[in-house]
Design a protein around this ligand. Structure first.
Ligand SMILES: Nc1ncnc2c1ncn2[C@@H]1O[C@H](COP(=O)(O)OP(=O)(O)OP(=O)(O)O)[C@@H](O)[C@H]1O
Ligand SMILES: [Mg+2]
Length: 134
């Protein structure tokens, strides 16, 4: 597997969320994702980016365009050095929130992604990686 290109997008404020959504859509289009696939990955990215900003106190999204044989994919890594998640299993459950949201972001993002990995350490931060292949 090789990384064709990568880009780091800062996630600090609302305007960064708009930019993140825009570049994910752009790369997904370039990689030949269908309109439905584009929308899935943009929606997942939007939820995870929002979590990075709201719960993680800000961070960044690393975008990587992947190639494996004839396959193309998009890997997105959301990282922050915020408060972390004490109980990931609980946080993944639909309806669980420590904020004012619906608690559907993480579960939704997982369902919309082909591969989904999350790691978090209380007091150290959170990293979520999703991959979607074309
Ligand atoms: N990056 C993060 N840092 C710290 N805690 C997080 C992070 N992402 C998620 N969480 C925790 O996991 C919980 C569930 O996240 P999820 O995105 O599913 O719901 P929400 O953000 O609370 O609401 P919604 O996304 O539906 O608006 C959050 O309420 C928060 O406690
Ligand atoms: Mg959320």
């Amino acid at each position: 597997m090789s990384v064709l290109k990568n880009l780091s997008v800062p996630l600090r404020e609302e305007s960064d969320l708009v930019r993140a959504r825009h570049v994910v859509r752009q790369w997904a289009t370039e990689l030949g994702f269908s309109l439905v696939e584009q929308t899935k990955v943009v929606t997942a990215a939007s939820e995870l980016a929002r979590n990075t900003i709201i719960h993680g106190g800000g961070g960044a999204m690393l975008m990587e365009a992947l190639e494996q044989g004839a396959r193309h994919g998009l890997r997105l890594t959301f990282e922050d050095q915020g408060q972390g998640i004490p109980d990931i299993e609980m946080a993944m459950k639909d309806g669980y929130t420590t904020g004012s949201g619906l608690g559907l972001g993480l579960g939704g993002a997982k369902r919309l992604s082909g591969e989904f990995h999350i790691e978090s350490e209380p007091g150290r931060g959170t990293r979520v990686v999703i991959v979607r292949w074309k």
